[in-house]
Structures are given as C-alpha cells and as structure tokens.
Design a protein. Structure first.
Length: 540
C-alpha cells in the first residue's frame, strides 16, 4: 500500500468515502481508501495491508490516503489526484472533495451572524467532538439535530438533561431524519404541511410514515427524530421522545400525534403510551416488532396501536379527518395492481424453474428491512437476517445470504469506509450482482428511498443489476420476480413517478408501500414452484 498522512486535516466522512470510490475507479488501482484516522478506519487499513510504520502516530484528527497498486507512477498520480480534489473542495471549487467553501462560516458564531433568525443547529462532526458543539449550540438558544454517532451514553444523557433545562429540543445522537417547520433535514422527504405530527426513533420509519401521510392527501406539522438509543436504553429513558410529545401537545397545528419506534425497553414503552394519553390529543403508536394490544387501543383511551407503518399513517390521516380508520392488511391500492393481484402472482411464478424457492430482500433502509423481515418471518418462520432477534437465524456471514434472507445493507458492517447505501447504491448493487447466479432465488425484494440526502437516481442505479439478475435467471431456464416500494413524494427532487417508471420498465412490480411490497413478495415466493411442490407433497 502507498500511504500519505496529512496531520490535523479534517474532512467530512461522506466526502472522503465518495472520493475513495472515485480513486478505486482509476486504471491500475486495486483499492483506495481516503479516511480519517479513527480506530475503525485504522483497522480497515491494516486489513488491507498498511503496516504499523505507515500508520504509527495517526490520530482521528489526521487524514489518511492509501492506494493499492503495483505501478509506482500510478500510485503517485493517484495520491496527487486525491490531494488536488481535496484542495479544490477546500478552496470552494467543488469537485470530488466537497469541503468548506471560502464564503461559508468556520464557527457557530459566524453562522449565527449570517442567519440571526436560525433556531436549529444540525451537527455532523466526529462523535468525539460532537457533544461539545451540541452543548455550545444549546447554550446559544438553538434546538439541536445531532446527526453524529459515536457519542457516549453519558454525553447523550447530559445533553438531553441540559436541553430540557433550557426548554430546547435535542434530536439524536445518530438522528438522521426530521422535518421541522416544513423543512426536511438530512434524510427526509418533501411533504405537504398538515395536522399530523410525528416523533420517531427510526429514520426510514419516519420517512415512510410522512410520505404515506402525504400520499393520502394530508400533511405533516412536525416530524421529530430522536436517535436510535433514545427509547432502547433505559438510562436515556426516551428523553427526546417525551420532549417531542410535549412539543406536539402544545402545537396548535398538530391534531394527531404518531410515534414510531423499533422495540423500546418495555418500561419506556408504557411511559410513552401514558405520555400520549396525557396530551389530550389523539395518537397512533407503532412499536415495530411488538404485538398490537387486543382492540388496537386502551379501553376508553385516545391512543391507537398500528400493526405496520402503512397502518400508522392511514389511521393518523383518518383520525385527523374525523373518520374511524381501519386496519391495513394486504390491501393494495385500486388500479391494475389491486384489481389483478392474482394474475400478477400467477404471471410472476409461471416461468420459474423448479429449483426456485427463496426470497432475498436487499434493503437500504434499516426500519424498512425490519418491517419486511417481520412480515416474512411471521409467515415462514425461517428468514435469516443480520438484524435477526433469533440467534438461530442470524447470518453467520452478513455478506452472504442463506435461504430466505432479508439484509439491512445500511448496517455498520457494510458501511466501514464507504457511504450509506442510500447515498452510494453500489453496496446493494454489488450484493445483487454477487448473488444473481444463485438458481434458488425466486424473488428479490428491494426498497428505493428518495428525498434529501439520498442518491440522485436510486432506481436508475439499481435497475442495471436487477435487469442482469433477471436475464441470468432466464438464461438458466427460469424467471426472477422483483418487487419494490418507493419511499418518496412528487415533491422529491428525484421524481416519484420517474423513479417508479424506471423500475416498472425493467419488469419490477412496484407496490404502494414497503408493507404491501413485503406482503406481495411473500405470496409470490409461497407460489414459487419449489415451494408449491413441497406443499403439494405435505412438506413445508
């Protein structure tokens, strides 16, 4: 490896990951890593062949550029290209390096001088420094969205206590999605304003609910992210969740409050429901993976429990409009899909080979992956995942699928040294390409997430790999079904209709929600020849 270290030179991690990908595409380069010298990145560099002498003394504040190639001239040119891209970005010239433009403020105080009316600070810096900057923002009277991860538990608790003392909201750490005052922050979609307020401890869960509320003709007052540890850890105790519920209770524009979370600590879950009841407003709760209480609500209470993300959105809209609302099972929207579901299942299975029997779910959204896994595992009882709660079905190697598999490609194991797959779809396309030759796959299930922060053309980036996988199945004498959902609205810059059309042109069945896509994929795989034959013979 050819290594260059620049002391005390900080760059945004996404910028560095995208530059790494660009350098790896250069002729003669086997691999390239441009990263800050964090312990995790140093372990990655060591595994690629960097020695202790090259990495000795490197700290998280240092930039490391490493290039693996045989030709010394290519290595020198590639290192120079990396430095030039970073320098161009720092000088405000844009390009691969991104960086800080000369006209942009270099401090919080400078930013407030440019935008004196601002009341929210978004913080995305290394976790070791994030808590200090978050406290400074709070002390300046700013609500804080703390995008950074790797913030200690002690710092998180202290920051949330300090925010409450000041009457401010602290979202995070590791909060990736919010819509405040109609403004999408970080990973979020363009939705209309309306009477539904959301507090969510899951990023793509927040996105899916707000998008489905918008599609139903209603809108969002505020959508508050909490960060994943807020409800899971009893010491944090749902601090941001309760601040968010209180804020929405006091917001005249919010008629209905929706809470979405991955399974919280049981004691915290009960407190969340009690807090919602205390607001005096109608509310909908979806604790992903927890059973819905009988009747879907407390007797005489105002809190409804939803069984899935689509149902949470539908119930909220119905309540806001003065309707009773109804549960959402496998009920696709009216039109060709809804009217011809049986025909679609028959069409998608008619040309499959007898060996085809398994489903593979390749997801960029962690909450969407969890929802799909829950649907499929409940029906089949044998779905592997990197996020499985049953040790018997945890993938031995998360990078290799087994049987029925639903994988969250945004998990940390897949994002070391590279951007999240919602930013860089190559993490998913490489997985699809690697498994396309498997003759046992009957169905591929995918999500496509639009909005701020996401790739400019996620469907366009995915379609070539899906098309190649479908072609490979035909060449083997079979047929590969692909089912997708698109989390997005017409207001998103990628274009909802445009993204759906690209998928459909490639033979993908596009469903109106992730829940409906998961239900359809399950029914197709159940009707696949390999599984239909087993049932006919009395086996499962």
């Amino acid at each position: 490896m050819n290594v260059l270290v620049r002391k005390d030179a900080y760059f945004d991690s996404v910028v560095l990951m995208l530059l790494s990908r660009e350098l790896k595409g250069r002729a003669g380069v086997r691999d390239a890593v441009v990263a800050m010298g964090t312990p995790l990145n140093l372990d990655l560099l060591s595994s690629l062949g960097c020695g202790a002498a090259e990495l000795g003394g490197v700290t998280p504040a240092d930039l490391v550029i490493a290039v693996d190639c045989d030709n010394p001239a290519v290595a020198t040119a590639t290192l120079a290209a990396a430095e030039a891209a970073l320098a161009k970005g720092q000088s405000g010239g844009g390009g691969a390096g991104g960086g800080v433009a000369a006209h942009e403020p270099a401090s919080l105080e400078g930013a407030l001088a440019l935008a004196p009316g601002a009341n929210v600070a978004v913080i995305s810096i290394p976790g070791a420094y994030a808590a200090r900057e978050a406290r400074r923002a709070l002390d300046h009277g700013l609500h804080v969205m703390l995008f950074s991860d790797n913030v200690t538990l002690e710092d998180e608790i202290a920051l949330k206590e300090h925010a409450r003392e000041l009457g401010l909201l602290l979202m995070g750490p590791d909060c990736g999605s919010a819509i405040i005052g109609g403004m999408p922050l970080c990973f979020a979609n363009v939705v209309r304003r309306g009477p539904v307020g959301v507090v969510a401890a899951s990023g793509t869960g927040l996105q899916e609910v707000t998008v489905l509320v918008d599609r139903a003709g209603s809108g969002i007052s505020q959508a508050i992210g909490t960060g994943g540890r807020d409800l899971k850890n009893e010491r944090v105790g749902g601090a941001t969740m309760f601040m968010g519920i209180e804020a929405l209770a006091q917001d005249a524009a919010t008629k209905v409050i929706v809470v979405v979370s991955k399974p919280p600590a049981p004691a915290v879950a009960a407190k969340v429901v009690a807090a919602l009841e205390a607001t005096g407003k109608d509310a909908v709760v979806h604790f992903i993976g927890l059973a819905v209480p009988a009747g879907g609500a407390k007797a005489g209470g105002r809190v409804r429990h939803a069984a899935n993300l689509e149902e949470a959105a539908a119930l909220a809209v119905a309540i806001a409009e003065g309707r009773a609302g109804e549960t959402r099972g496998f009920t696709p929207a009216a039109g060709d899909i809804g009217a011809n579901m049986g025909a679609i299942i028959a069409r998608e299975t008619a040309r499959m080979a007898s060996a085809q029997r398994f489903l593979r779910g390749y997801f960029t959204g962690g909450t969407l992956a969890d929802e799909a896994w829950l649907v499929l595992h409940a029906a089949n009882g044998a779905v592997y995942s990197n996020n499985q709660t049953d040790p018997a079905f945890v993938l031995a190697d998360p990078k290799v699928s087994v049987g029925h598999t639903v994988v969250d490609l945004g998990d940390d194991v897949f994002t070391v040294g590279r951007p999240h797959p919602m930013i860089d779809p190559s993490t998913r396309t490489e997985r699809v390409d690697a498994e396309a030759a498997d003759p046992s796959i009957a169905v591929m299930l995918v999500d496509v997430v639009l909005g701020y922060g996401s790739h400019a053309d996620p469907a366009g980036a995915l379609v070539p790999s899906l098309a190649a996988a479908k072609a490979a199945a035909v060449a083997r004498g079979g047929y590969l079904a692909v089912v997708a959902s698109v989390t997005g609205t017409p207001g998103d810059f990628q274009g909802l209709a445009h993204q759906q059309a690209k998928l459909e042109a490639a033979g993908v069945v596009v469903m109106p929600s992730n829940y409906q896509a998961s239900q359809l994929a399950m029914r197709i795989v159940e009707a696949a020849p390999g599984n239909a034959a087993g049932r006919a013979g009395g086996a499962r």
